[in-house]
Design a protein around this ligand. Structure first.
Ligand code: ADQ
Length: 456
């Protein structure tokens, strides 16, 4: 019988969530583990007025898994989630040392919440469980679980990049976090470059390096089917009608500074300025639901984007054409799939991204007979396999403009052959392949206890 899978992530998908608001992680994990018995454990997304987060999980049985959640106190939410996870680790792991904030009490809170998570999970564990821990919020979770005597198999997957060790070493007490990884039997990251960086950091912290690249993906055939159906849906048809025959350039991202949105908007403005043949012939739609509004840098980014959109439209619009449309709310997954299929260009230009599932979704959603072109940042993990994309350095808006021009004027033969190349990669690195290779490693031989250290 297949062993039960216990997924541990910061957020557990809400019971009714049809993945519209879900980030990449929830989408990928759910797509990939549909056939296994599962317990998904993590934070409910709610805070409690109690002083402490150490509480008993509430378990809900839904069709596809048991969901076990705990609540965080306001203080832990601020120190663990807003503070150390999203104001310290997130920028640092995305190579943004200048944005990295550090407060000792946030680190203490991060460690304490990881221990609280482990204590809450222990009573729910069965001896044969496989535990799969996700992402940067939970680096010391495995060590905290081991310290509570758990001999089971535990794996860790990092969804975001891991920077060169000199950058990571900017973090005070970085060695302790890296050493905590020693509790895991399997460590997966997105790309060979991330694996090399993390292994260097592990070696420097005197831990046996064992990070491996296991790239995350989507379920390409079901996404393609969704896009085919959705293209005939009400909203995609309304969008098509509103374009009046103009080509659509589409961007879809959480509103996050790692996604390179200001540079992207400047790139689009540069296209309109330098290639006047596209004036009134192309419309860009950027969908960027607000995320992490509690972190100051995200609020500043939002203001910057509001201003930029106003400026681009003010300078280039006609009375019957608005070049840049910008939405800061969620769009249902199905509608999104229909929008991807309509778009002549998928514009995915993060300054740094672990993988980027939007790039893969865009490819899977295309009509094979008349596919659009993916313009992709060379700093997204997805660029590793996407030789068929038009690759750009997203820092240079003029380079983005040139790539957009190439994409908008590309002939059908070249579009088809590039798309085929990309689709092969999207199929090979699917969500199923990702989960299977990770879980096959996790089901392998147990690591001798002597090799482990405890932390926390
Ligand atoms: P994210 O940074 O959230 O994920 P990404 O991989 O692009 O980025 O995944 C976003 C997911 O959310 C996609 O499935 C997308 O369709 C969906 N989504 C985005 N905007 C949406 C909107 N407006 N409405 C509805 N759905 C929307 C993190 C890492 C990535 C890594 C993933 C998975 O930062 O690098 O690829 O985890 O490992």
């Amino acid at each position: 019988m297949t062993r039960r899978l216990v997924i541990v992530s910061n957020r557990v998908p809400a019971v009714k969530e049809r993945s519209a608001a879900a980030g990449g992680l929830a989408v990928a994990v759910r797509d990939a583990t549909a056939r296994r018995r599962k317990l998904w454990f993590g934070w409910s997304g709610r805070t409690t007025l109690r002083q402490t987060s150490r509480n008993v999980p509430s378990v809900t049985r839904v069709g596809w898994a048991d969901l076990a959640t705990i609540e965080l106190s306001e203080e832990d939410y601020s120190g663990f989630y807003v503070g150390f996870s999203n104001s310290t680790l997130w920028p640092l792991l995305h190579y943004r040392s200048g944005l990295t904030e550090y407060r000792r009490r946030d680190l203490a809170c991060y460690l304490a919440v990881n221990v609280a998570f482990a204590e809450a999970l222990v009573p729910l564990l069965e001896p044969d469980d496989l535990v799969w821990v996700h992402d940067y919020h939970l680096i010391p979770f495995g060590a905290a679980l081991r310290a509570r005597g758990s001999p089971i198999r535990i794996g860790f997957f990092l969804h975001v990049p891991f920077p060169p060790p000199e950058i990571f070493a900017i973090l005070p007490r970085w060695e302790e976090l890296v050493r905590a990884l020693d509790a895991y039997d399997v460590i997966g990251v997105q790309t060979p470059q991330d694996a090399a960086h993390l292994n260097q950091a592990m070696a420097a912290a005197a831990v046996a390096p064992r990070a491996e690249a296991i790239p995350v993906g989507i379920d390409p055939s079901s996404f393609a089917a969704l896009a085919r159906r959705a293209a005939q849906g009400r909203d995609p048809l309304r969008l098509a009608q509103s374009l009046g025959g103009r080509a659509l350039v589409l961007g879809v991202d959480r509103l996050d500074y790692s996604k390179g949105l200001p540079q992207r908007f400047r790139g689009f403005a540069s296209l309109l300025q330098r290639f006047p043949e596209h004036h009134a012939k192309v419309t860009m739609l950027q969908i960027a639901p607000v995320s992490r509004g509690e972190v100051a840098q995200y609020r500043a980014l939002r203001r910057e984007l509001d201003e930029l959109v106003g400026r681009v439209n003010g300078e280039h619009a006609e009375f019957d054409w608005n070049p840049l449309r910008y939405l800061t709310r969620d769009v249902p997954r199905q509608t999104l799939a229909g929008f991807y299929r309509l778009a002549r260009v998928g514009l995915v230009t993060p300054l740094r991204d672990g993988m980027n599932l939007v790039a893969k979704e865009y490819v899977a959603a295309q009509d094979p007979a008349d596919p659009g072109v993916l313009v992709l940042s060379r700093f997204a993990g997805a660029a590793e396999d996407m030789a068929g994309a038009v690759l750009v350095n997203p820092v240079d808006p003029d380079e983005t403009a040139e790539a957009l021009h190439a994409a908008l004027t590309m002939g059908i033969e070249e579009r088809r052959s590039r798309w085929q190349q990309m689709m092969v990669a999207v199929e090979r690195t699917s969500a199923a392949a990702w989960a299977e290779s990770f879980l096959a490693r996790l089901e392998g031989e147990a690591v001798p206890l002597a090799r482990r250290r405890s932390f926390a």
